[in-house]
Design a protein around this ligand. Structure first.
Ligand code: HEM
Length: 413
C-alpha cells in the first residue's frame, strides 16, 4: 500500500500552503492506516489499539549488542545431507507434551543459521498451492509496505545466497538471481521494478509462509511485509500493519498478556543478527485444506470461528497441523524475519507412530479452557480422544514399552 497521495505531482500545481495541507492530510491518513483499529476489520475480537496510546514516541534506544551484531555475515552453509526432492521426507515434528498441565511458553530454541529453511518432498505441492494463492488472492495474502521494501529485498538476497548452498540439487545462483532447476523458474532480483512483490518472489522459493516485522520509532514491531499463503486459521489481510501485541490479542491467543507479551517484546528488542531461533506448535483441523481451513468459515466471511465447524466429524477428517517457525534479524535493514513452515498429515497416519497416540491424547486433555477454546476442542475432542485412546491401547497390547519412550522420542519429535 502506497501513501494515498503522489507528492511528486503536487509541485507543479501547488503553493507552499496547499502543499502543507496535503502533507498533513497524508500524515494523518498514513497514521490512520497504521492504526490497529483501522486495520482490524474482520478480526475475531478487537483489542484496544496500542500505538495511539503511546506518547508522541521518543525513539527507543538501540540495544548495543544488537547494533554490534549488524556486521553479521551468514557462515558458510553446507549442503543438506543427501537432500533429494523425491526422497527427503518432511521432518516428523510432534511438538506435544504429556499432561497433566499445558504450559503456555514462548518455547524458543536456538538453531544454527545453517538450519534456517527446511525443504523436502512436499515442495511441489507447496509450490503449486502458493502459486495458485498468489494468483487468486494477490494482496490479501502478499504485500510489502514501502517502509519494509529494503527488508523484503534483503530477505530475497539472503534466500538467493542460502538456498543454492543448502539445496544445490534444486537451486543454482545466476548472474541476476536464482534458478529453480526443477520448475525452470529463473528469478531476477536485480531488475527494477521487480516482476512482482519481493515477498511473492521469496514465497516461491521456499515452503514457508514469510513475514517481516519492522521496528517503529516508538520501539513497537509491526507486520509490514508478508507472504502468508498457507496459514490455515488466520488471514494476512487482518493482521497487516499491526503490532506484535495486536496480532496476538486480536486472535485471542490464550494467556498472551500474562505469559507471553513482555517476554516477546524483550526478545524482539534484543534479537541479534547472529541468533537464529525456532519454535513449534500444533493444531487439529477437521478438513484437509492446507491453505485455509474452511471448517471455521469461508475465507472471505467477516467472522471466522470454530463454532461454525461441524461437530464430531468422522476421524478420517481429522488432520494434524504443526508449524516450525523461525526468527532472525536481517543485518542491513534490521527487519525481523518470521518464517512459518506448516506440516500437515491425517491423524489416521500419525497414530501409526510409536507413543504418539498416547502422548497426543494426554496433551489434548491437558489444555485448559482457554487453550481448548482457541484450538476448537469442543468440535472434535470426543471423536479424536476415543480414537487416540484405542490406538494407544493397541500399541500397549502389542508390547510397546513406555519406559523406553524418552530414549526413542524427545521433544519436539
Ligand atoms: C517470540 C515470537 C513469538 C511467539 C513466542 C509467539 C507465540 C504465539 C502463540 C503461543 C500463538 C498461539 C498459537 C501457537 O501455539 O503457536 C501465536 C499465534 C499467532 N502468532 Fe505468534 N508468536 C511469536 C511471533 C509472531 C510473529 C512475529 C508474528 C507475525 C506474523 C506472529 C503471528 C501470530 C499469529 C497471526 C497467530 C495466530 C493468531 C490468531 O489466531 O489470530 N507471531 N503466537
Amino acid at each position: 500500500m502506497a501513501l494515498p497521495i503522489d507528492l511528486t505531482k503536487l509541485s507543479t500545481i501547488a503553493t507552499p500552503a496547499v502543499i502543507a495541507i496535503f502533507l498533513s492530510l497524508a500524515v494523518v491518513a498514513y497514521r490512520q492506516w497504521l492504526s490497529p483499529q483501522a486495520r482490524r476489520q474482520n478480526v475475531r475480537e478487537s483489542s484496544p489499539g496500542r500505538l495511539e496510546k503511546l506518547p508522541a514516541a521518543e525513539k527507543s534506544s538501540p540495544v548495543k549488542a544488537v547494533e554490534e551484531s549488524r556486521s553479521f555475515k551468514m557462515p558458510p552453509v553446507p549442503a543438506y545431507p543427501n537432500w533429494d526432492m523425491k526422497d527427503t521426507k518432511p521432518l516428523p515434528y510432534r511438538a506435544f507434551r504429556y499432561g497433566p498441565k499445558y504450559h503456555v511458553t514462548m518455547g524458543l530454541r536456538t538453531i544454527h543459521p545453517t538450519e534456517w529453511i527446511e525443504l523436502d518432498s512436499d515442495f511441489p505441492k507447496y509450490h503449486a498451492d502458493k502459486a495458485a494463492r498468489i494468483k487468486e488472492r494477490g494482496s490479501k495474502c502478499v504485500e510489502t509496505h514501502p517502509d519494509a521494501f529494503p527488508a523484503a529485498i534483503e530477505l530475497l538476497e539472503e534466500l538467493v545466497n542460502y538456498l543454492p548452498d543448502r539445496y544445490p540439487s534444486l537451486y543454482e545462483r545466476t548472474a541476476t538471481g536464482i534458478k529453480n532447476k526443477w520448475s525452470g523458474e529463473d528469478i531476477n532480483i536485480v531488475e527494477r521494478p521487480l516482476v512482482e512483490d519481493p515477498m511473492a518472489l521469496c514465497a516461491r522459493l521456499v515452503q514457508d509462509d514469510l513475514a517481516i516485522m519492522i521496528e517503529q520509532p516508538d520501539g513497537q514491531y509491526r507486520l509490514l511485509a508478508g507472504a502468508i499463503l498457507l496459514a490455515g486459521f488466520w488471514r494476512f489481510s487482518d493482521k497487516y500493519g499491526m503490532t506484535l501485541s495486536d496480532i496476538h490479542t486480536s486472535g485471542d491467543v490464550p494467556h498472551f498478556k500474562e505469559k507471553l507479551e513482555s517476554g516477546m517484546m524483550k526478545f524482539f528488542r534484543r534479537l541479534k543478527c547472529d541468533d537464529f531461533y525456532s519454535r513449534n506448535n500444533y493444531f487439529m483441523q477437521v478438513d484437509d485444506s492446507l491453505s485455509w481451513s474452511h471448517s471455521i468459515g469461508d475465507e472471505d466471511s467477516p467472522g471466522i470461528s470454530w463454532s461454525t465447524a461441524d461437530k464430531n466429524k468422522a476421524i478420517d477428517h481429522h488432520w494434524f497441523r504443526s508449524e516450525r517457525q523461525t526468527l532472525r534479524r536481517l543485518p542491513k535493514s534490521g527487519g525481523v524475519v518470521f518464517t512459518i513452515r506448516t506440516y500437515f498429515l491425517p491423524v489416521t497416519e500419525l497414530v501409526s507412530e510409536d507413543y504418539v497416540p498416547g502422548r497426543l491424547a494426554s496433551a489434548v486433555r491437558s489444555w485448559d479452557d482457554s487453550v481448548a477454546r482457541y484450538k476448537g476442542r469442543e468440535r472434535y475432542g470426543e471423536v479424536l480422544l476415543e480414537y487416540l485412546d484405542a490406538k494407544h491401547q493397541e500399541q500397549l497390547d502389542r508390547g510397546l514399552d513406555l519406559e523406553k519412550e524418552d530414549e526413542i522420542r524427545k521433544y519436539p519429535w
